[in-house]
Design a protein around this ligand. Structure first.
Ligand SMILES: *Cc1c(COP(=O)(O)O)cnc(C)c1O
Length: 361
């Protein structure tokens, strides 16, 4: 049995990363705590309040409510659940751009709401015309993605907010991946920029916390009440989370990471990651590949299937978009040296591919 985790030195496909040392240490200390039972584990419950306060600062919310979830999936499912509880009609629907994460599919199936998936435009952002056409009186929720999984794109959140208000729907922003880099960009994406009701933002992605550490942040605690169920055998009276027992490691590491890194540490990490993404995009373009410009630290490029397979065979952990492009996420553990080594491997493969096959005569 392999008891060592794999190294990160060839991981270019993950949206997660090595936790920051302070986050790792906090996670270890709080491994055996359960914020799902705050009456018994009050220290970690207090830390969770602090986590939400700190997340509120990042997402432009003075008096935030929410909790540390298992990840973006849970936060998205719960956002759909809140909207469904608030919906007035019998057949609520949720409008999601096709760039939306597959967790909305899970939410729709679990919660029995109709998912209206609408196209993105040429820039991989939600098409406002398509959203407007899909939204109607029965729309409970409009979703905007702030840092999409495949191309790192940010939907026009304020404009989506206008449409949501027109049809009396809620607005959810999925910043699971982008939330810890967007504060250092010019994008309008958060509660202070638009009438956002709920948001997913994952400390365990760009936030450099340990897994599992996701965030559901909501504009007011009444929205969280929509999720609350009574908890007879616990000292606390109700629970809004989807899971019962939860990892205190996620909570403590999120607080430790944010305390250490917000804002200066996250800013310099964003700059490093974005520079790396632009360097890689440039290197790939120079080699004749078609590249989707990295507006956030995520690069997609049209690399032939055979090259992709050969790079995988060399141990590079890389992934593909639905359209088949090579996709590289410039997470904090991805250094310029790693990318240079990756491009070096790519060059060696291409040289071999272009050597004419020796003939027999
Ligand atoms: C990663 C991601 C999710 C899912 O989050 P998990 O933490 O994997 O559950 C949802 N939305 C976006 C945009 C993501 O990048």
């Amino acid at each position: 049995m392999q008891i060592e985790p794999q190294a990160f030195d060839r991981v270019l496909s993950s949206m997660c990363t090595e936790p920051h040392p302070v986050a790792r240490e906090a996670a270890e200390r709080f491994l055996a705590t359960n914020p799902g039972d705050p009456g018994t584990y009050p220290t970690v419950a207090t830390l969770e309040d602090e986590a939400i306060e700190r997340l509120g600062e990042i997402v432009g919310l003075d008096d935030p409510a929410g909790y540390v979830a298992s990840g973006g999936t849970e936060a998205n499912v719960q956002a759909v659940r809140i909207a469904r509880e608030r919906a007035t009609g019998p057949d609520p629907n949720v409008v999601v751009p096709e760039s939306g994460h597959f967790s909305f599919q899970k939410a729709a199936e679990l919660l029995d709401v109709e998912l209206r998936i609408v196209p993105t435009n040429d820039h991989h952002r939600a098409s406002l015309e398509a959203v407007r056409a899909a939204a109607d009186d029965e729309t409970a929720l409009i979703v905007g993605v702030a840092g999409s999984t495949e191309y790192g794109r940010v939907d026009p959140i304020p404009e989506l907010g206008v449409i949501a208000r027109e049809v009396d729907a809620m607005l959810h922003v999925d910043a699971a991946w982008g939330g810890f880099v967007l504060p250092f960009t010019d994008y309008e994406w958060h509660f202070g920029h638009a009438p956002v009701d709920t948001m997913a933002i994952d400390p365990h992605k760009m936030g450099q916390a340990a897994i599992p550490s996701g965030g559901l942040v909501v504009r007011s605690s009444e929205l969280l009440d929509e999720l609350a169920v009574d908890t007879p055998y616990l000292e606390s009276t109700s629970q809004a989370t989807l899971t019962g027992t939860r990892s205190g490691a996620g909570v403590a590491s999120a607080v430790a990471a944010m305390e250490e890194l917000w804002p200066a540490g996250y800013r310099s990490q964003y700059v490093r990651s974005q520079n790396n993404a632009e360097w890689l995009a440039d290197a790939l373009e120079k080699r004749g590949y078609e590249v989707v410009e990295p507006t956030l630290p995520l690069v997609a490029a049209d690399v032939p299937q055979s090259t992709f397979e050969a790079l995988r065979a060399k141990g590079w952990r890389i992934s593909r978009t639905a359209a088949g492009e090579l996709r590289i996420v410039c997470m904090p553990h991805v250094t310029r040296a790693m990318l240079a080594s990756f491009v070096g491997d790519l060059d060696r493969l291409e040289v071999r591919a272009s050597v004419p096959v020796a003939s027999d005569d």
